[in-house]
Ligand binder design. Structure first.
Ligand code: SF4
Length: 336
């Protein structure tokens, strides 16, 4: 049977967006699903992600998934969201609007009929209450074209429902946080493997948000390496121009080396288990002392009264300093 129309989905790969896709496919409508990625985690290559690898699902049910990276526009929104941040640095309402605007452009380009999402009224505190859903609809300029199949019967009919392209009776009336109806629906629609609900991207994480606020406060002009560096290591602030980042394991040490900028100094206790510690800022007597003491505190020789620490950067010979491991009080004062 040939398809009646073409719809574009906002698709994280989670249960709700997967069910929304299946409800639309069931009505014999072709689906192209857009999975958005940002530098803050919703990325299938990242374990902290709220997006999930959906290739098996798309193959099984017959729809196409396209990955779209929101890049720097999303960073600008995180810095200054029109509708504010949620509990942490997550600008969920602005984020949804940006994703929908991108989806609208895609819909216009490919000549699709409407857009849909897996949103459920009342499920998430910030972005899925009815007034917020209305704001998102207005600002994305999708009036009449945005379908929320899981809550459709609780919302005004959209253009595809009014034109008969979509049968409203076959859509759902789910609201609130319970997932009971979603589980039932998953069984009905043959969706066996679905991920447990994810909490959101890294911007909903307290620690990451604290480090991001600090970074934006002292260095508003961030680049992607700066943002990635916030995901790894222990972070300490010395003063407005100086920050220290110390790895917690080999994987983090490698990432710190990867995200550092040319000319930045690194500290290490050689010939023993040691973090790589990155000094972001000027090399002064005070910053050398602090970065070395932090390295000593987290290396295998941390119980020694003094530890020899090397510091180095590309093209320069190593320098050495012997310091006492940093005290807990000082660490707590400087920890971001
Ligand atoms: S948690 Fe909020 S800010 Fe993060 S990706 Fe999801 S909607 Fe966007």
């Amino acid at each position: 049977m040939s398809e009646k129309g073409h719809a574009v989905a906002l698709f994280s790969g989670g249960l709700d967006s997967a069910l929304a896709v299946l409800l639309i496919l069931r009505q014999n409508i072709k689906v192209t699903a857009l999975t958005f990625m940002t530098h803050f985690g919703c990325d299938i290559t990242d374990k902290s992600s709220c997006a999930q690898d959906s290739s098996d699902m798309s193959e099984k049910f017959g729809f196409t998934v396209k990955m779209v990276h929101l890049g720097h526009q999303f960073v600008e929104i995180v810095k200054n969201p029109k509708y504010g941040h949620g509990k942490n640095m997550n600008p969920c309402i602005d984020c949804r609007i940006l994703m929908l605007r991108q989806a609208k452009q895609f819909m216009d380009t490919v000549g699709a009929d409407f857009i849909f999402t897996g949103e459920v009224i009342g499920q998430r505190p910030m972005s899925q209450r009815r007034p917020q859903l209305d704001t998102v609809l207005r600002d994305s300029e999708l009036a009449g074209k945005l379908v929320r199949p899981l809550s459709a019967k609780l919302l005004p009919p959209t253009e595809p429902e009014l034109s008969g392209l979509l049968d409203r009776e076959k859509l759902e009336r789910i609201s609130g946080r319970s997932r009971k109806r979603q589980m039932e629906l998953a069984r009905e629609l043959g969706l066996e493997d679905y991920p447990s609900p994810a909490g959101g991207c890294l911007l909903t994480d307290v620690g990451y948000s604290r480090r991001l606020r600090d970074l934006l406060n002292y260095k508003p002009d961030v680049d992607f390496d700066d943002l990635n560096l916030l995901k790894v290591g222990r972070h300490f602030r010395l003063d407005e121009n100086t920050k220290i980042v110390s790895g917690r394991n080999e994987e983090e040490n490698n990432k710190i080396e990867r995200y550092r900028k040319n000319g930045e100094w690194m500290f290490e206790a050689k010939d023993t288990g040691s973090p790589i510690t990155l000094l972001k800022g000027e090399l002064t007597e005070a910053s050398i002392q602090a970065a070395a003491a932090i390295t000593a505190r987290y290396c295998r020789l941390k119980n020694n009264p003094e530890v020899k620490i090397s510091y180095f950067r590309d093209g320069d010979e190593d320098h050495n300093i012997t310091v006492a491991p940093e005290s807990e009080i000082m660490l707590n004062q400087r920890r971001i």
